[in-house]
Structures are given as C-alpha cells and as structure tokens.
Design a protein around this ligand. Structure first.
Ligand SMILES: Cc1cc2nc3c(=O)[nH]c(=O)nc-3n(C[C@H](O)[C@H](O)[C@H](O)COP(=O)(O)OP(=O)(O)OC[C@H]3O[C@@H](n4cnc5c(N)ncnc54)[C@H](O)[C@@H]3O)c2cc1C
Length: 446
C-alpha cells in the first residue's frame, strides 16, 4: 500500500494485485497470517509512514491504537535487567495488525487513483534480462490467466515471494541469499484487559536472553484497540511454545520473570491461541544481481525478513517505500533504487542477526573471532542502558529504528557503556502504583 501511494504521486495509473481479498473491517486474512501476532510499529517507521501518508498515524490512534512513549510507557526486561522508564524520546504504536492495515489501506485508496484487483495473483514477470515490462496474472477463482503491462513493477508479495524464480525464468542469475534462523516459534492470544487497564497500560515485554547458552524465551503483553491485550510468547529452537491454552499460561509462567503470567491471569481470554513458525532472518541480495532489469524493484519482506521479536519489518518496508519515492523523483534507474533499498535493511539486519546467532542451534554463518568481544560490548551496553540515561536514549533510538545503529558508537555512549550501569539495575518491574494495582487485585482474588 505504501509503494502504491508513492507510485500514485508519480505515474498515471497504478494497479495493485493481491491474491487475497481484503476484509471490510480490521480483521485478519489468509495472505497475512502473521497478523494474529503482536505487531509493534516503531517510531522510526511510523514517522516515515506519516511522511508518505500525512496524518496516517493520527488516524490510527483515533481508531484505537495506543501511542506509547518509549521508554516512559514501556516496561522491558532486557537480558541485563529492567529498563528504567525515563521520559520518552521515542514511541511505539500498538494495535492489531488488522487495524493498522485497514487504516493505511483506507488512507491510500481514498485518492481513487489506485485500482486494486484482489483475488488476482502475479505468477511471473514479463520482459527479459534488461527490462521488466509487466506481470503474468491469474484469477485465483476462475484460473483465467492474462498479462498486465507496466513501466514499473514493484514486488511486495512478502516473505513467500517467488521473484527469485521469476528472475531466473527471465534468464537472470541466481539471487544470493543470507539466512540466520534461531528457530523461533510464536504463540499469541487476545485477552480482555482487566478493569482499570483497558485504555491505559504500558507495553510489558520480557525479552529472550541470548547470553545463557539456552533457548531464548520471552513474550509481551501488548495493549491494542478496544480494551484488549494481544499477548505474544516465543521461544527459539529447543524452547518453542505449544498452542494449547494451558501450555500458553504455563509457558508464560516459565519465563525469566512471572509478570506476563500474572497479567494474563488478571485478564480474560478473548479468542483462541494461534501459532507461527518460519520466523527466520532472510535477506535476498537483489542489489548484487548483474544485470538488474530496469522496471523492477523488490521491497518489504520480499527483500528481507527479520526475527519478529525485534519489531522491525514494517518499518523497514516503509523505509523501502521512501527510497522508492526519492528514486523515482530523481529519475533513478531501478538498479540504483534497489541498491538504496538494500541499504535500508542493513541496520535492522545487523541488530537482529547479532543476537540470533547466539542462540543454541541457530542456523547461519559461524561466529567470527570478533564475536565474543562484540557480544561482551552489546551486553555491557544493554546493562548500562538499564540505568544510564545517555545509553538508554541511544539504545531506544536505535531499537526503534529512529536513528542509525552507528549512534551507539559515539564517544558519549561508548564511554557511558564502558563505565557500566553505575547503580543497581531494578529487580522489580518498573510499574506505577495504579499499574501494580492491576496485579495486586488479581493476587487478592486468588
Ligand atoms: C509473527 C510475526 C510478527 C511480526 N511482528 C512485527 C512487529 O512487531 N513489528 C514490525 O514492524 N514487523 C513485524 N513483523 C513483520 C511484518 O509482518 C512484515 O515485515 C510486513 O508485513 C511486511 O510487509 P509486506 O507488505 O512486505 O508483506 P506482507 O504484509 O506479508 O504482504 C504481502 C501481500 O502480498 C500478497 N501476495 C503474496 N503473494 C502474491 C502473489 N503472487 N500475487 C499477488 N499478491 C500476493 C499477500 O496476499 C499480501 O497481501 C512480524 C512478522 C511476523 C512473521
């Protein structure tokens, strides 16, 4: 939708093909199965979405999404302890993915300049090694096939893209791919928030701990629209959760801290447990394909997917759309735009794989000689972030993709990191009195 919005400003006619059908409301759909799981929109991506679609995030909040200041409205247990809830320098938008998609879709399609053909899938690219001239299409109901000619084709078909095969069919060389897979499995369930927590409650997150040599397990209670919480739990290979309702509560109870289990026990289930596997970090190096055909750009998950624990995918998809806009405005070739899109993946990719390679049986390249030092530094930085405002701010800036990862290497941040946390990291979740009362009410009821 973001790419379509960008194109609609610069070309005469835009056609969106989707093999799926869109729900009228904020529901889930087959084509985006990950939508049942927590989707945090980081401020880095949210600002870009607002730049592409002015007013989009205000609409989202008006429709029920929460705008949570980070770290003020977020209680995070990092691998090194609880992060202090100091004044917010960034934010997160939390709501169901279905609501996010609905609001963005409506905002993009109101212009009336974009034609949407749902129930229509792309099955191949038209053209040759030098130029893509359209897509072969198929009606998913009737099986009728056809061709759609275009000056520019954007592949935004997500993690299951077939574009590498379509390029091979045009005679282009294989696309190099990088894979790091910690074998993370997700389970999620929607709950009704307990009394007093329906409209205002922090995001509570227990991060998986990559430092122990054991599978990483964690989860989050995410406030979403209509007084509900979306609770997502996850574990890496050897420690993945099951989808049974009792397993759900038991998995939460077995985490490093019982807070998620206590919050779940205070809330009422509002739907079944859904599972998701296939959460690998996968990066396709289209920018290295030689020659690259003009008229084709690959964006979003088709370009790169990330372990969802880090909440980066939608933001990086937005960065790709912004790069597309800049490239089209400047009259760049698809090759140049594709190379720029690849650069928007770099930071998110590095952050995700640096941690994921530490989990037992992670699939990926072997750790190099510098890994031990980098891990020491990253653990020390996380530790310092729990109490030193300078490091907290830099850490939050980078985690929300609001600033480049290089920010962590500035002398101020490095010095504060080397000095360490300075004082004891909090051992109790940083909840305010009213927030704690939600847990206490539940203990009193037992
Ligand atoms: C479990 C999980 C949790 C996540 N949590 C977060 C999070 O907290 N924060 C975050 O930023 N990101 C998160 N992500 C990542 C996020 O879901 C993706 O980055 C984002 O959806 C990518 O958008 P996209 O448009 O590239 O692909 P998608 O949203 O997957 O959309 C692909 C579209 O292409 C259509 N399609 C597919 N094939 C064809 C075809 N051949 N022809 C026509 N149409 C086709 C599909 O129907 C669908 O509409 C998570 C991912 C997972 C798996």
């Amino acid at each position: 939708m973001l790419a379509a919005a960008v194109l609609a400003d610069q070309v005469d006619e835009v056609v969106v093909l989707d093999r799926d059908r869109y729900p009228d409301g904020p529901g889930t759909r087959r084509g985006v199965p990950q939508a049942r799981h927590a989707h945090l929109l980081m401020s880095g991506g949210a600002r870009v979405i607002d730049d592409l679609l002015p007013g989009a995030t205000d609409r989202l909040v008006a429709a029920g999404a929460h705008r949570l200041g980070h770290p003020a409205d977020v209680a995070v247990l990092t691998s090194q302890g609880w992060l202090r809830r100091q004044p917010a320098t960034q934010y997160l938008l939390t709501c169901s993915r279905g609501l996010l998609d609905k609001v963005v879709r409506e905002r993009v399609l109101t212009s009336g300049r974009i034609e949407v053909r749902t129930g229509t899938e792309a099955t191949a690219l038209l053209g040759d090694t030098t130029r893509v001239t359209g897509a072969a299409v198929r009606d998913v109901d009737t099986g009728d096939t056809g061709e759609l000619r275009a000056d520019i084709v954007i592949d935004a078909t997500g993690r299951g893209t077939r574009v590498q095969h379509w390029l091979a069919a045009l005679g282009l060389p294989a696309v190099a791919e990088e894979l790091v897979d910690a074998g993370l499995g997700y389970v999620s369930r929607v709950f009704r928030a307990p009394a007093g927590a329906e409209s205002d409650f922090p995001l509570v997150l227990v991060s998986p701990d990559p430092t122990t040599g054991r599978p990483g397990q964690g989860g989050a209670v995410v406030p979403i629209e209509d007084g509900r919480w979306l609770v997502t739990l996850g574990g890496t290979r050897g420690g993945t959760p099951q989808t049974g309702p009792e397993d759900f509560a038991a998995f939460a109870r077995g985490l490093r801290h019982p807070i998620l289990a206590d919050l779940i026990a205070a809330a009422s289930p509002d739907g079944p447990v859904h599972g998701f596997r296939g959460t690998a970090n996968r990066r396709r190096r289209f920018e290295l394909v030689e020659p690259w055909p003009n008229g084709l750009v690959v964006l979003g998950d088709a370009l790169a997917t990330f372990n969802p624990v880090y909440g980066q995918g939608m933001s990086v998809a937005a960065f790709g759309a912004a790069v597309l806009r800049a490239g089209l405005r400047d009259g760049r070739t698809s090759r140049v735009i594709q190379a720029a899109a690849a650069r928007t993946v770099d930071d998110a990719w590095t952050l995700a794989i640096a941690q994921d390679l530490r989990y037992p049986d992670a699939v990926g390249p072997p750790l190099d000689k510098g890994a031990r030092l980098r891990h020491w530094m990253s653990d020390r930085m996380t530790h310092a972030a729990t109490t030193r405002p300078t490091v907290t701010e830099a850490f939050v800036d980078v985690m929300t993709l609001a600033k480049p990862a290089a920010t962590l290497g500035t002398p101020r941040v490095l010095l504060a990191t080397l000095l360490g946390p300075g004082r004891r990291t909090a051992t109790r979740p940083p909840l305010g009195e009213r927030e704690r009362a939600v847990l206490d009410a539940r203990s009193a009821a037992r």
